[in-house]
Write a protein that binds this ligand. Structure first.
Ligand SMILES: *Cc1c(COP(=O)(O)O)cnc(C)c1O
Length: 425
């Protein structure tokens, strides 16, 4: 891999360098185990003294290629692939935030992340304070406690499409000496690299644009590599780990202590790796990421502009619309607006339901970010576990319809929404 390659070339080529006579395509290593000639080789692997594969719960050659490509695309030093996007956010946080500690997060979040934070983490002894996405540095710092161990936000939030103000959130994280963890699912690595704007750890639901075809559930966590874990707040990184004969992560793995610790403690003990076949499909998805993201973004922008002019549409939210209050931040941080837009129909939830039920090309799906156009009503679907206040904090109004705009011909997509809107009186 040439380190000067641009992101489009990395999307196609990074992560796998076949040698003379090797398969040209990343092979699917559908094997749980690996053969060794002597016991000492295996003992050294277990002690993390030599790199290599010994059990697919910890690492697998196909998954390794996908991880290397993700690290290259985000500009990080290492990546760890896991079972789902939920796993990625859960482990990225638990890796730095043991029980009894505290997280500050932007309140504009994916519904699954809200319940993870407000229910599951709470029962595990990790407290999360949600702050409004438009908070100032001082307001974020006002939520801090001595036990705060990370700040969390989504680059472009699902589904409210708020663009996180990286300058503000990263300044607060720096002030506290804690990592800024960013869920970069919606832009994908092609439209935004949060490391350039102060993030320390990036997570993705690979289920979305990375796979891109709605075939595999997966997640990935990427480490930037220059966070100072030795600032006194992270003894789990700097003190001996009994479960590895007293290994100290920052000493033995100074380049990527976060990723090594996450893999050998959390994935080993919880058993939540990405599976080789999913890594194969996700890697293949990445090969066309740049082309898909351009078309998703172009189609979504055109549909947003069209809906905004439609007499039966009450409002449209898409970060690059001239009418969007998010536009200055979107232009600062994003290459394009990605493929998701939200809108409300005049007549509210009932009228919106007529439109959703009348669509033909666009299907009702609990998914975003694959090549096919789809719609979803978050208040009654993905976010239905949330209270009214939580819905408002997450930016979900009762009439909000989320559209995941695919890469079909835009005229066909627009015609489908027009015929469905014509069904509303
Ligand atoms: C879908 C999604 C997740 C959860 O990912 P899964 O792969 O479904 O577990 C997390 N964050 C965001 C922003 C998402 O869109």
């Amino acid at each position: 891999m040439d380190k000067n390659w641009k992101i489009e070339t990395l999307a196609v080529q990074a992560g796998y360098e076949p040698k003379n006579g090797d398969p040209r395509i990343v092979p699917i290593v559908q094997s749980t185990t690996y053969k060794y000639d002597d016991a000492q080789s295996v003992a050294d692997l277990f002690d993390l003294k030599s790199p290599g594969f010994f059990y697919t719960r910890l690492a697998n050659p196909t998954v390794d290629c996908f991880e290397k490509k993700m690290a290259a695309l985000e500009g990080g030093v290492a990546a760890v692939a896991v079972a789902a996007g939920q796993t990625a956010n859960t482990l990225a946080i638990l890796n730095v935030c043991p029980a009894g500690h505290h997280v500050i997060s932007s309140a504009a979040l994916y519904g699954g992340t809200v319940t993870l934070f407000t229910e599951r983490f709470k029962r595990m002894g990790v407290d999360v304070t949600l702050v409004p996405p438009e908070s100032t540095v001082e307001e974020i710092l006002a939520a801090a406690r001595p036990e705060t161990r990370c700040i969390f936000a989504e680059t472009l939030t699902n589904p409210s499409l708020t663009v996180t103000n990286f300058e503000v959130f990263s300044a607060a994280a720096k002030k506290l000496g804690v990592p800024l963890i960013v869920d970069n699912t919606f832009p994908s690595p092609f439209l935004c690299n949060p490391f350039r704007f102060g993030a320390d750890i990036v997570t993705h639901s690979a289920t979305k644009y990375i796979d891109g075809h709605a075939t595999s559930v997966g997640g990935v966590i990427v480490e930037k590599g220059d966070f100072n874990w030795k600032n006194g707040k992270f003894p789990e990184f700097t003190e001996p780990d009994k479960s590895y004969h007293g290994l100290i992560y920052t000493d033995t793995f100074p380049q990527a202590p976060f990723s090594v610790k996450l893999r050998v403690q959390w994935i080993r003990d919880l058993g939540v790796p990405m599976m080789p076949f999913n890594a194969f499909l996700s890697n293949m998805g990445l090969e066309t990421l740049h082309i898909r993201m351009e078309r998703h973004s172009e189609n979504a922008f055109k549909l947003a502009q069209h809906l905004e002019k439609h007499p039966k549409v009450a409002w449209v939210n898409y970060p690059f619309l001239a009418s969007s209050p998010q536009r200055p931040l979107a232009e600062k941080y994003l290459r394009a607006g990605s493929g998701v837009l939200c809108f409300g129909v005049k007549g509210g939830k009932a009228a919106g339901e007529i439109v959703m039920n009348s669509l033909k090309l666009a299907a009702i799906v609990v998914h975003v970010s694959d090549v096919r156009t789809g719609v979803l009503h978050p208040a009654s679907m993905t976010h239905r576990q949330l209270s009214e206040e939580e819905l408002a904090a997450a930016g979900v109004s009762p009439d909000l319809i989320r559209v995941t705009v695919g890469i079909e011909n835009i005229d066909d997509i627009i015609a489908d929404f027009d015929q469905a809107l014509a069904k509303v009186n």
